[in-house]
Design a binder for this molecule. Structure first.
Ligand code: MF3
Ligand code: CO
Length: 262
């Protein structure tokens, strides 16, 4: 069941998406060698609560964090922990916020200090692929058009697309129909209609596409080959020829600029 949002719903989506974007902007300020992922998680949780929101991931099927923490070879769903970030790491922080009954979902992958060129390029291409997917998200097109745009772009650069995890519809629930895979054929899947809200989230690997889920915690998803994976996510609403991006990386980018990074 795909829910089409009313103008009023979309206004509430904007508020939730702005809050999750500002939350990641706060997290961005603290990304540096030595900071633990617990600390990042606490910063996010307190910021959301201080602003009247609810951390949607916390307690979701028992998930223990406000943020999903994705260090280096972790693709998605890592737990906050006492791990202290090291120079050369990359870290994705994936966050969902609920406020006024609606959810906003976003993810950004950061470099910790100096990161090798190959990994920086993976991050760059993954972020660009998100915008390729968004460009394809026009009224009357299909989910497969988004999927194919992401896949084609990443594979052309020699990277591989994780198959097991997808983007998704979003609204009153953080995961709604339809699924939004990051691979697939053009012209297949549900038709995009104005007022549909979806989260597009390429999860792209430097090496092979294969992943494994931790036997220990049942959640943490890592690359099989131990090579890095990058992840960026926006929540958008279908709106004719010009999808509206409801989340923004502006707060993150302003925070990074403030620290003299880009
Ligand atoms: N933010 C994730 C997504 O993009 C969902 C996290 S699942 C949870 O779909 F269990 F960690 F909450
Ligand atoms: Co998502």
């Amino acid at each position: 069941m795909i829910y089409i949002k009313t103008a009023e719903d979309i206004e509430k989506m904007r508020i939730a998406c702005d809050l999750v974007s500002r939350t990641l902007g706060e997290v961005a300020k603290w990304i540096e060698p030595g900071v633990t992922t617990f600390r990042l998680d606490t910063i996010a949780r307190e910021f959301i609560l201080d602003n009247g929101g609810k951390p949607s991931c916390l307690g979701y099927h028992g998930f223990p964090g406000t943020l999903c923490i994705e260090v280096n070879d972790t693709v998605v769903h890592g737990f906050p922990s006492d791990y202290a970030l090291r120079e050369g790491d990359i870290i994705g922080t994936d966050c969902v916020v609920e406020i006024n009954g609606f959810n906003g979902d976003s993810c950004y992958t950061f470099a910790v200090g100096d990161v090798d060129e190959k990994t920086l390029n993976l991050m760059k291409v993954t972020k660009e692929s998100l915008y390729k997917g968004i460009e394809a998200a026009k009224e009357g097109k299909r989910i497969g058009d988004i999927s194919n745009a992401v896949q084609t772009y990443c594979e052309r650069h020699g990277y591989s697309v994780v198959r097991e995890m997808c983007g998704h519809g979003i609204g009153k629930s953080m995961h709604e129909d339809p699924e939004v895979p990051n691979y697939g054929r053009r012209g297949i899947g549900p038709v995009l209609k104005n007022g549909m809200c979806i989260a597009i989230e390429p999860m792209i690997n430097l090496g092979s596409k294969n992943i494994k889920i931790s036997q220990e915690d049942g959640w943490t998803c890592r690359t099989r080959d131990g090579k890095p994976s990058a992840h960026y996510e926006h929540t958008i609403v279908i709106n004719g020829e010009e999808p509206e991006i409801l989340t923004t990386f502006d707060y993150i980018e302003a925070a990074l600029k403030e620290k003299g990074l880009k």
